[in-house]
Design a protein around this ligand. Structure first.
Ligand SMILES: Nc1ncnc2c1ncn2[C@@H]1O[C@H](COP(=O)(O)OP(=O)(O)OP(=O)(O)O)[C@@H](O)[C@H]1O
Ligand SMILES: O=C(O)C1=C[C@@H](O)[C@@H](O)[C@H](O)C1
Ligand SMILES: [Mg+2]
Length: 174
């Protein structure tokens, strides 16, 4: 398999952490849409949103998704990449899409421990607990629609990587 692997899911589900580890095992190149946007623009998510609003950020993010896609790549996306129907269609048609599913209480635990507020400014203005539940409720169907594989990602990163390898190459991972 050479097609790109796209990691999707909510903030803090482990797209960057697990995607990077998976790329190393597969010998694939790794890209992250949030990190690439930071590198090419020199601006954090919070700065882009302040200047251009969320719609400006979403437009830039969609452009980056297309730019970083390619063979033998693992691509960690931003948590809101699936809001665009064109992005969902692009990822599904170009590659293999993996949804890392994590319950709200575990997302909250991780995001409280590692807030990274410049890259994760508030989406709703609400308290983090309420925001996570609200955003998950709004996006769950979109993550499911985009995904070829849905993984329980509340386990350790190594366990999640192993589970992905089992889904992609059932014989090789056993
Ligand atoms: N399986 C895991 N178990 C425990 N902690 C994890 C796991 N995966 C990631 N983490 C931790 O949770 C935090 C968020 O992970 P990560 O940045 O990979 O999430 P993300 O899905 O890329 O989030 P974002 O959408 O904001 O980019 C990190 O500090 C990471 O160390
Ligand atoms: O869930 C979201 O909408 C976001 C998640 C992050 O990865 C960043 O892409 C940004 O903070 C928006
Ligand atoms: Mg990330």
């Amino acid at each position: 398999m050479t097609q790109p692997i796209f990691m999707v899911g909510a903030r803090g589900c482990g797209k960057t952490t697990v995607g990077q580890a998976l790329s190393q095992i597969l010998g694939y190149e790794f890209s992250d849409t949030d990190q690439t946007l930071l590198q090419v623009s020199g601006l954090s998510v919070a700065q882009i949103v302040e200047k251009e609003g969320w719609s400006g950020f979403r437009d830039r993010e969609s452009g980056i998704l297309q730019a970083v896609s390619g063979k033998n790549k693992v691509i960690a996306t931003g948590g809101g990449i699936v809001l665009s129907a064109a992005n969902r269609q692009f990822m599904r048609s170009q590659g293999c899409v993996i949804y890392l599913k994590v319950p709200a209480n575990e997302l909250l635990r991780r995001l409280k421990a590692f807030p990274e507020e410049h890259q994760r400014p508030s989406l709703t203005g609400r308290a983090m607990t309420d925001e996570i539940e609200q955003v998950l409720a709004q996006r769950e169907a979109l993550y499911q629609e985009a995904a070829h594989h849905v993984l329980d990602a509340s386990r350790t990163p190594d366990d999640v990587v192993f589970a992905i390898l089992q889904q992609l190459h059932p014989s090789a991972a056993s």
